[in-house]
Ligand binder design. Structure first.
Ligand code: UD1
Ligand code: MG
Length: 466
């Protein structure tokens, strides 16, 4: 952006300052009562820490360091190739940030501190922190107004103490605050953006003479003020910065995330006829004019093209659905599935690792696993691909415009040619040529008059007994 004289505006320049992010995740998460590190618990099917890393990356952080606790190899492995540092003892948030500083060797710019257990923060909100960094503002705090209590109990966040000019004077931790300070409405989310050139010095000056005996990161506010700098507060919504410390809070964060996803799907042109009953994973991609009926679950890895209709009680995971297809009700699409344009997948149909061609139909009671179905083919009710023999998985390949009669079993590996017919109830074990009819079932024989004779014999017997 430029002003009338063609100069780059200051706000633009400040948002271009290089950015590094430090993600705090050393907490044991005792209250989760879990074998998993807390930040590895998922929201929308994605580990909390990954939400945070994605936000930092989309904000343009050129370096990201994660602070982990001892014995968190799973977490270290998950975030790789991003670097991790181990904070051996949990001595407070300032100590955790201090542990990460050596890993930012050679970086100069702004440093953003994020929490691995505050997963819903959005890159757009963090961008406001970057925009607030200006000449004379050495530190920006992300604040919010929290409700008096939450799933974890009463509001025990740190309180933001503002000076007469509306800028921040200091942060007082709840345990250290007096009654008046505890009544202050503005709270600390924990997220902050600092001038990287000064951060190391502030951290070195933080002491632990407080209620918890910890090194509080929040103390750097007062230190910045002592150095004559102003500290800005950017206010955001509590929903976005709610922390997760227990399973109950995980559920609250999941609910918030789900409502974010529903809102953004609708904003992008998707109809959700009953939004609260549609379940999203973090990476779902839905096209324009997609219609989703009540009670649909999107597992991870789902992409849906424009104009697709997904009817109630369908479950999709690892699947791509192309333009104009109709899914459900009661359909299950499992990983590796690709449903072509205008194709139909109806009730009680399960597809796994299967490609259903353009305009093909599998409308009732069918299992297609490890199969390729050509364009325009019709798969009759009750068709089963027998893809597994207890050891290996085998493919069924069906050509274009083929017709598979109801209740057929296709024993893989097997090929059905283009335009071929399979008679109902066949068990197909051999390839079927193009345009052939395959029938593989017991031949029918009719015995004329047998039923009438049978009834007459039985009636005679009953009469004799009586
Ligand atoms: C912190 C803030 C408080 C804020 C609140 C928001 C401080 C001193 N206080 O308090 O003002 O309202 O967050 O949720 O910063 N961690 C480490 N190593 C440590 C200590 C913490 O990695 O030694 C990590 C934790 O895993 C967690 C985060 O830092 O992700 C916050 O730590 P926590 O102990 O929950 O801080 P709070 O007391 O909640
Ligand atoms: Mg906390």
């Amino acid at each position: 952006m430029t002003d009338a004289s063609g100069q780059i505006l200051k706000s633009e320049m400040t948002t271009q300052r290089p950015l590094a992010a430090i993600v705090l995740a050393a907490g044991k998460g005792t209250r989760m009562k879990s074998d998993l590190p807390k930040v590895m618990h998922a929201i929308g099917g994605k580990p909390m820490v990954r939400h945070v890393l994605d936000a930092a990356a989309s904000l343009g952080a050129e370096r990201i360091v994660v602070v982990v606790g001892p014995g968190m190899e799973l977490l270290t492995h998950h975030v790789a190739p991003l670097p991790t540092v181990i904070q051996t003892e949990q001595r407070g948030t300032a100590d955790a940030v201090r542990a990460a500083i050596p890993a930012l060797e050679g970086f100069s710019g702004d440093v953003l501190v994020l929490y691995g257990d505050v997963p819903l923060v959005r890159a757009e909100s963090l961008a406001r922190l970057r925009a607030a960094r200006a000449e004379g503002i050495g530190l920006v705090i992300y604040g919010m107004r929290a409700p008096p209590s939450s799933a974890s109990g009463p509001n025990a966040y740190g309180r933001l103490v503002l000076g007469p000019d509306g800028t921040l004077d200091r942060i007082v931790e709840f345990l250290d605050a007096n009654q008046d300070e505890r009544a202050l409405p503005l709270c600390n989310s924990g997220i902050l953006l600092a001038d990287g050139a000064r951060l190391g010095d502030w951290l070195a000056r933080v002491k632990n003479d407080n209620a918890k005996g910890e090194f509080y990161l929040t103390d750097i506010v007062a230190l910045a003020r002592q150095d004559g700098l102003k500290v800005a507060v950017v206010e955001g919504s509590h929903d976005e910065v709610a922390g997760v410390n227990s399973r109950a809070e995980l559920a609250v964060a999941e609910a918030t995330f789900q409502s974010f996803m529903r809102e953004s799907a609708m904003a992008d042109g998707v109809t959700l006829s009953d939004p609260s009953s549609v379940w999203f994973s973090a990476d779902v991609k839905l096209g324009r004019d997609v219609i989703v009926h009540p009670h649909v679950v999107f597992g991870p890895g789902v992409t849906v093209g424009d104009g697709v209709e997904i009817k109630s009680f369908s479950h999709l995971e690892g699947a791509t659905v192309e333009r104009g297809a109709v899914i459900g009700p009661f359909a299950r699409l499992r990983p590796g599935t690709q449903v072509g344009e205008q194709a139909h997948v109806g009730n009680f149909v399960e597809l796994k690792n299967t490609v259903l061609g353009k305009g093909a139909k599998a409308n009732h009671l069918t299992y297609l696993g490890d199969a390729t179905v050509g364009a325009g083919s019709n798969i009759g009710a009750g068709t089963i691909t027998c893809n597994y023999d207890g050891f290996g998985k085998y493919r069924t390949v069906i050509g274009e415009n083929a017709f598979i009669g109801s209740n057929s079993s296709l024993v893989a590996p097997v090929k059905i040619g283009n335009g071929a017919y399979v008679g109902s109830s066949s068990v197909i074990t051999k390839d079927v040529p193009d345009d052939a009819l395959a029938i593989a079932r017991g031949r029918q024989s009719n015995k004329e008059g047998w039923a009438a004779g049978f009834r007459a014999r039985m009636a005679h017997l009953v009469k004799k007994k009586g």
